[in-house]
Ligand binder design. Structure first.
Ligand code: PRE
Length: 95
């Protein structure tokens, strides 16, 4: 997945993207599960306990590994990822 592959055709590019997306889906699911545990451990969890400083640190660390995307684009991506995790945790806490 992290190989620097150079697919030459449209089909090869899409196959390479599909492999990356498969890994991303697994990682996103794992991340959401961990974030859900964090919500239960924090004194105030969920959207009410949102920690924007922590979110900025997460994005800054990711930008070191993904400099082409950079902090601004990663921030938008991670905001969606974090909010999806918080929504899932909220849904589960309703049950
Ligand atoms: O680290 C936390 O305090 C969390 O609640 C986890 C998390 C995350 O998904 O990374 C979610 C919401 C917070 O605003 C910050 C980070």
């Amino acid at each position: 997945m992290l190989r620097d592959e150079r697919p030459g055709t449209l089909a090869e590019c899409r196959q390479a993207i599909d492999r990356v997306d498969a890994a991303l889906a697994t990682l996103l699911e794992r991340r959401a599960e961990l974030a859900g545990v964090v919500q239960r451990l924090k004194p105030v969890g969920g959207f009410a306990g949102r920690d924007l400083g922590r979110e900025r640190d997460v994005v800054a660390r990711m930008a070191v590994r993904a400099p082409a995307l950079g902090e601004s684009r990663l921030s938008a991506i991670m905001n969606a990822v974090i909010e999806a995790g918080l929504h899932l945790a909220e849904e589960r806490s309703d049950r």
